[in-house]
Design a protein around this ligand. Sequence first.
Ligand SMILES: [Zn+2]
Length: 199
Amino acid sequence: MGTDRNEVVNIPCPCRQGRIIVTNCSPDHDYPRNSQSWRDEKILCRDCEPKYCIVEQEEKLVLVRRQECEQTEAAKKQKLQEMERLKQELWENLEKNGELDAVVGYLNSFKTTATAYRHLSNLNICLGFDDFREKFPKQNCTKERVRQYIYPQALNKLLAQMQTPSKILERYFNHDLLLQSRTIPTPKPIGGPILVLNR
Ligand SMILES: [Zn+2]
């Protein structure tokens, strides 16, 4: 099976010694699906290729400086890593402070799964009774299960329900909000768009 290649852009690169070429590709059979298509972007120039790259911004393909593009990627990665670390620290602190044990104790204090479900279904931690029963086995729930199935927002509600609100969670939400609102620099397009993507 071959590939259908449809060149949609063929323009000079910034130094005008080479070309920028964008090709839409799809498998060469009678009914190619959209999901099987892909786009091939190339800067065919020895001088420009190391300096620039092509990225998608607001439904357009634009040329940006490679260095700016790398800075953006690094900033995104850093943000994700910090969010992960913050969550890791949250669970460690909850464990140290005994809150995790208290939650496990509470979950295991219900006589039947149905009673537990009635008290906990408002937390949106399951897709229904069967799912609940699988995730939180009767009087046999563990810290691992709490970590795995109860995300911080739900845990916050649960601790409020247990009438033991947590300062650790409050600090986590504040830090998380700060991190979420950190802006990531967007690489500045050089010149006009290479291609407007119509979807
Ligand atoms: Zn060039």
